[in-house]
Design a protein around this ligand. Structure first.
Ligand SMILES: Cc1cc2nc3c(=O)[nH]c(=O)nc-3n(C[C@H](O)[C@H](O)[C@H](O)COP(=O)(O)OP(=O)(O)OC[C@H]3O[C@@H](n4cnc5c(N)ncnc54)[C@H](O)[C@@H]3O)c2cc1C
Length: 376
């Protein structure tokens, strides 16, 4: 891709390092991150400046600079946007990752968390108090993007989406003013502010008492009847059990017998957020679908559901997402036929329970968007 020169107004932004408490990093600085994130590839034009903000005042200043210069502004929390919305070619990246303060109030069961934190950071910190808030299935996803985008993960059927546990937020709106918003104060901004209304610097989450889960990975052979059976069991499961069934080639990992490497399997990520003995009962029907290739389901402190990730890990995927009413044998056969001829994988989540308790939000989305949703 062609690298266009940064507008002079942006160059002057880089010269204004003293204006912010945090760090302004330009492409010629040694700590300018290209990194393993494919969205920051070398063949892409660099951002003119990455501003690693330190506080709300820095955020206001960066918004002001963007307004004055008219250059593109991208907001980055965990940088997991698959569409690349948190990077900019030639613009300013407002990088929140140094805003990492976290305060847990055990008495009220709430936490204020700055939006440079990741799902893993918050889960570990609140987990130390036997508390939890549900994020996705990946430790390194930023709480900024996942919370504002909804957030579907290991606790979705028990406690709903991440955003369902959002009680309040600090938002620096486009004119640079900081607003504390909740359901009563500025409800329109709180409920409707999905994107481009401002930069959320802090979230207040409701926390749930959750010491342990029974969960982890269950690897099953991927045949049409096992896929259809898995989906049926996931739908019928108690709300404590949330599942993600990935149909994909079995990875060459130590826990997978060599003869299974590369063969299509169901790599199921599961968590039962309730009494351990009931968890074992809830998981039994899945184990009974076929002889597991690997069974790593176990009782664990909830934070262990997020295994460690490689530093700077940024998996790449091009997701196509949809809602389907059912996956029975014929649909499962079609899925397998397609996967056998491609390098794709299929991930299936069953919702219902807490995720479905919220009333639909008027107005109805445009027809072209009905039935399309994020698959996470
Ligand atoms: C490996 C992987 C696994 C995933 N698993 C799941 C999953 O299990 N469940 C799930 O629900 N999602 C999942 N996702 C999707 C993920 O939740 C979204 O891509 C999310 O937007 C990433 O958030 P982020 O902060 O890391 O990303 P970023 O790229 O930093 O931000 C994403 C978007 O949110 C905006 N944004 C971020 N922070 C703020 C802020 N503080 N204020 C205003 N705007 C902001 C950014 O500008 C950008 O448009 C996954 C993504 C990946 C790459």
């Amino acid at each position: 891709m062609k690298i266009s020169p940064a507008p002079s107004s942006v160059v002057s932004i880089r010269a204004r390092r003293a204006d912010v408490r945090g760090r302004v990093i330009a492409p010629d600085d040694t700590d300018y991150e290209r990194g393993p994130n494919p969205l920051l590839r070398r063949d892409r034009a660099p951002a003119a400046a990455i501003v690693r903000v330190a506080d709300d005042a820095d955020v206001s200043r960066v918004l002001e600079l963007a307004r004055e210069s008219g250059v593109e502004l991208a907001v980055r929390s965990g940088c997991h946007s698959i569409a690349g919305h948190s990077v900019s070619e030639g613009g300013i990246v407002l990088d929140l990752r140094d805003m990492r303060a976290l305060g847990v109030d055990v008495e009220t069961g709430t936490a204020w968390a700055e939006t440079g934190l990741t799902a893993g950071d918050v889960t570990d910190a609140v987990g130390a108090h036997g508390l939890a808030v549900g994020f996705g299935d990946s430790r390194s996803v930023g709480i900024g993007g996942i919370t504002l985008g909804g957030g579907i993960g290991y606790l979705v059927r028990k406690y709903g989406l991440t955003i369902d546990d959002l009680l309040a937020a600090d938002v620096v709106i486009a004119d640079g003013e900081v607003r504390r918003v909740d359901a009563e104060t500025e409800p329109d901004l709180f409920r409707g502010g999905g994107g481009n209304f401002g930069v959320a610097t802090r979230f207040r989450f409701r926390l749930h008492k959750l010491d342990t889960v029974v969960g982890g990975v269950l690897l099953l052979p991927a045949t049409p009847d096992v896929i259809a059976g898995f989906v049926a069991e996931a739908e019928a499961a108690p709300e404590e059990l949330s599942t993600l069934a990935n149909v994909m080639p079995a990875p060459p990992m130590p826990f997978v017998p060599e003869k299974q490497h590369g063969r299509l399997a169901i790599m199921a990520l599961m968590a039962y957020a309730g009494a351990p003995e009931q968890g074992e009962r809830g998981l039994a029907p899945f184990r009974a679908l076929a002889t597991p290739i690997a069974d790593m389901l176990r009782l664990m402190p909830y934070p262990e559901i997020y295994p460690p990730e490689q530093e700077g890990s940024h998996p790449v995927a091009t997701p196509h997402t949809m809602f389907v009413e059912r996956i029975r044998d014929p649909e499962a056969e079609t899925i397998l036929e397609h996967l056998e001829r491609s390098t794709a994988m299929m991930g299936s989540r069953s919702f219902g329970s807490s995720a479905a308790r919220w009333p639909a939000c008027p107005p109805t989305p445009p027809r072209s968007r009905i039935g399309r949703a994020r698959s996470w």
